[in-house]
Design a protein around this ligand. Structure first.
Ligand SMILES: Cc1ncc(COP(=O)(O)O)c(C=O)c1O
Length: 388
């Protein structure tokens, strides 16, 4: 490996969500905490990305961004190379992050109190942005079978009331790392077609897949299957540049795209200069970093998995993608609140508690494993000593 991730760690600065999470513990010994809640990595981005930022600083130009065509070209190349799908450059719109983009889509295509469907437990900001836009949150709880989540479309079918307008699918799935099969993606497409729903597919974790696994990007199921989809991708998770707040909203359908563009324009969106530059450089020259990273993450996940398996009252889901571990604490016999307190006060580990991910999330905790292997090991030792 070219990148030695054990020694390629960024400092946690005071103006970061990770630091805020540590401060929120109100503890006096903040240096003892492992901050494994927020989903950004402990690693520096590829060296070319850091150099590009330095270059910008040296030139001293911090003005508005322009020249988006070269960025779009890199997105097309990236998706073709990594996901075997080649969008047209003009299908690609930019956004100030994908959560913001979801909000824009909701306002563009739905009205207040329209129903928005999500498959819970799922990335907590889906619920937040739906509620903040005064849409009706419709949670379709997934079925957990042999430690794997499955969509329950039959049950959802029975609950359809008629006000549903949009479905949001997280693919790969946060928090479980589940990769959806072609069959499952087709089932969702059929479902959306039947009920005339717009499908948002959030593929922000699309590149963070174990070397032996495969993510299927939604458009690969075939164009005639379903046209009314909005695909969201980004380089920010892949290359740990989430502070660059940018993302891609890819819409092949012309009328859908026009409508989104108008709504995006209405937000005053213009591309974030730094995010765009960092993203473009990363896609052009971050391949080696990403290959090495995926191997390193796999090692961390295997270690975490093995250690958690040996703690009787905890069970961790198999992690096929992402760098997030989703651990079920229900066999501890304690409430989520008590377990959360134990994690903070005794294990000194910050995680994300499951209930914020919606139905089915209660008493699970999500741990970010994108940190040094030593700290991952340390986290399992602390979990063992508190929850053995
Ligand atoms: C599924 C998913 N979508 C979106 C985001 C955040 O996207 P952004 O920072 O572009 O708003 C995250 C971050 O964890 C995520 O997991």
């Amino acid at each position: 490996m070219e990148y030695d991730f054990d020694n390629y760690l960024a400092e946690i600065p005071e103006n970061s969500l990770k630091y805020d999470a540590i401060k929120a513990t109100d503890s006096s010994d903040i240096y003892k905490f492992l901050s494994m809640g927020v989903a950004d990595m402990s690693f520096k981005p590829p060296i070319d990305v850091l150099n590009a930022l330095e270059n910008e600083m040296n030139r001293g130009f911090l003005g508005y961004y322009g020249g988006i065509e070269s960025y779009r070209k890199e997105v097309v190349n990236w998706l073709e190379k990594k996901h075997n799908w080649k969008p047209k450059p003009q299908w690609i719109n930019t956004a100030h992050g994908l959560v913001a983009a979801i909000g824009t889509v909701l306002r563009a295509f739905t009205n207040q109190n329209d129903g928005i469907i999500i498959f819970s437990p799922v990335y907590h900001q889906f619920r937040n942005i739906i509620k903040a836009n005064n849409r009706e949150l419709i949670e379709s709880e997934m079925i957990k079978e042999n430690g794997t989540y499955y969509l329950d479309l039959d049950n959802l079918e029975n609950k359809i009331k008629g006000n549903e307008k949009v479905v949001i699918l997280c693919s790969p799935h946060n928090p479980s790392g589940r990769l959806w099969s072609e069959h499952e993606l087709k089932d969702i497409a059929y479902f959306c077609k039947k009920h005339d729903l717009i499908l948002i597919i959030d593929e922000i974790h699309n590149d963070l897949v174990n070397p032996e696994n495969k993510h299927i990007t939604f458009p690969k199921i075939g164009e005639n299957f379903y046209e009314n989809y909005i695909l969201m991708t980004s380089t920010t998770k892949t290359f740990n540049i989430a502070g660059g707040l940018m993302g891609n909203v890819i819409i092949p359908n012309n009328s859908l795209r026009d409508k989104f563009k108008k709504a995006n324009f209405a937000t005053g969106e213009t591309p974030n200069r730094f995010g765009m530059i960092l993203g473009e450089v990363a896609m052009r020259s971050g391949h080696k970093w990403l290959d090495d990273l995926l191997k390193y993450l796999k090692k961390n996940k295997d270690i975490f998995d093995k250690e958690i398996k040996s703690i009787k009252c905890l069970s961790s889901m198999r992690i096929d993608s992402t760098y997030l571990a989703w651990v079920d604490f229900s066999k501890t016999g304690e409430s989520e609140n008590t377990n959360y307190k134990k994690l903070i006060n005794h294990a000194k580990i910050i995680s994300k508690r499951g209930s914020i991910f919606g139905l089915g999330g209660y008493n699970h905790f999500r741990f970010n494993l994108a940190t040094s292997t030593n700290l991952v090991k340390e986290s399992t030792e602390r979990l063992r000593s508190v929850f053995k």
